[in-house]
Design a protein around this ligand. Structure first.
Ligand code: PHE
Length: 453
């Protein structure tokens, strides 16, 4: 078969920044704090970490192995392992999930962009609860404002993506990640010096085992793990197809998971202390970022600057995660369908902009589609819910089965032992977990969610 020359990341440090830049995003800064808030703090974090270890890590490593060993997009990587039609559909499935997530993700990213502008214009100075809610509503009700900002997000992401893997994705991750981390640490340190800092630490780190419904909490934690680590739909696989051959796959997976967890906790430390200091509600839901943060930060000395910094860092994170999910269909279209990269980027962005209207216009109950329901959910919640809680875990299960049962062990060995320098013992441990633990855990969660066990 003819080998197409492909671009790739230039070093292992870049690999780390790029994979981390996909993992870190609105999942850490928007979802994690409010989901932790709604599910009881540290106990939830503990369950989340168990899901990451038992399921997230093995699935991430499997995606890395699939991507790097084939050096192809999702479809190509999967067909390299088995010609079976069924698994081909897993590739298509990944591409569809990438679209589904992008539709609501770019809407939220658009709100973040618009909040940067609003913060710079000083619109949050001295706001009270009612005004904070009003600003959130005008940002999200639409139709014009949220749609325009979503298009801006797509244009920025497309410009980066058109530049390609090296001058686009790599360059942005290399510059963006250190800035993001610096800004986040500054916000977290600021938070910890507040009166509510201690309460926030207790809330995030000391588990209390009271009235939680285990099944629903585990489902939520699992979904969050897939979403936050960009798993089960081909993003990590596609990025891994750009890894250099000497990158230590297991080492990188562990580093990304630790880095992503630290970023989530830092986001919690940036947000919860002020929530506790000024009597906000940690479980206030998706509005936590957009209503509570401006309201509460604006009460701090220098608060407006803090709001600007906070939304810039959220915007950076959201943009880098967006490009990583769009790269899945783009790599597929340009490699399998032989469309030019530029054409693939434009097609993908247009589809997301158009289908994304469903999510954007239904995000606010007063929006144009705010009262239209599908399976009792708005389109916005539907895209969000089915992708993280159902589609990504199903994708993870299928990928675990693909690598655990259909890929030749020799090939796994070659990736992990020969190329990555991991020990044979480590490889066997991973292989065992992937074959017997990860799928069983996932199936148990699915069955109990369906009330079958
Ligand atoms: N991991 C990203 C976040 O936490 C979201 C994402 C999901 C990115 C799937 C790529 C693919 O925000």
């Amino acid at each position: 078969m003819e080998k197409v020359k492909r671009e790739g990341f230039s070093s292992s440090l870049v690999v780390f920044f790029a994979t981390l830049s996909s993992a870190v995003g609105l999942g850490n800064i928007w979802k994690f704090p409010y989901i932790v808030g709604q599910n009881g703090g540290a106990t939830f974090i503990l369950i989340y970490l168990l899901c990451v270890l038992g399921v997230g890590l093995p699935v991430m490593l499997s995606e890395f192995i699939l991507g790097r060993s084939s050096k192809k997009n999702v479809m190509g990587a999967i067909s390299d392992v088995t010609p079976r039609k069924f698994f081909k559909s897993v590739g298509i499935f990944g591409i569809i999930v990438a679209f589904a997530i992008s539709c609501f993700y770019t809407a939220v990213a658009g709100w973040v962009y618009s909040y940067i502008g609003k913060a710079i214009l000083g619109k949050f100075r001295g706001v009270d609860t009612v005004q904070a809610k009003e600003i959130f509503d005008t940002t999200t009700v639409g139709p014009l404002q949220p749609v325009l900002w979503q298009v801006v997000v797509l244009i920025v992401s497309s410009i980066i993506l058109i530049k390609g893997v090296r001058s686009g994705i790599e360059r942005v991750a290399r510059i963006g990640m250190p800035i993001l981390l610096g800004l986040l640490i500054a916000c977290a340190v600021r938070g910890l010096f507040l009166e509510g800092g201690k309460d926030a630490i207790g809330y995030l780190f000391i588990p209390s085992f009271k009235d939680i419904s285990l099944v629903s909490v585990v489902m939520t934690a699992l979904g969050l793990a897939f979403f936050k680590l960009s798993l089960g739909m081909g993003t990590m696989m596609t990025y891994a197809s750009y890894f250099p051959d000497d990158n230590n796959l297991l080492g990188n997976a562990v580093k990304v998971i630790i880095g992503d967890t630290i970023v989530s906790l830092l986001a919690g430390m940036a947000i919860f202390p002020s929530v506790f200091t000024f009597g906000g509600e940690p479980g206030s839901g998706p509005g936590l970022l957009f209503e509570t943060i401006p309201l509460i930060f604006s009460k701090l000395p220098g608060g407006n600057v803090l709001i600007i910094i906070f939304f810039i860092l959220a915007g950076l994170a959201a943009t880098m995660a967006t490009i990583s999910m769009l790269e899945v269909p783009i790599a597929y279209l340009s490699e399998e369908r032989k469309i030019s990269r530029k054409g693939a980027v434009i097609c993908t962005s247009i589809v997301v902009a158009v289908v994304g209207l469903l999510a954007t216009l239904s995000a606010n109950p007063q929006g144009l589609l705010g009262q239209k329901f599908i399976f009792k959910m708005t389109f916005f919640n539907f895209f969000d819910y089915i992708s993280s809680n159902i589609l990504m875990p199903i994708g993870g299960l299928l990928l675990a089965i693909l690598v655990g049962y259909f890929m030749k062990k020799e090939r796994i060995r070659h990736e992990l032992v020969e190329k990555s320098g991991n020990s044979v013992g480590m490889m066997n441990l991973y292989y065992f977990i992937l074959r017997y633990i990860t799928p069983v855990l996932l199936i148990i969660v699915f069955l109990s969610a369906l009330n079958i066990i």
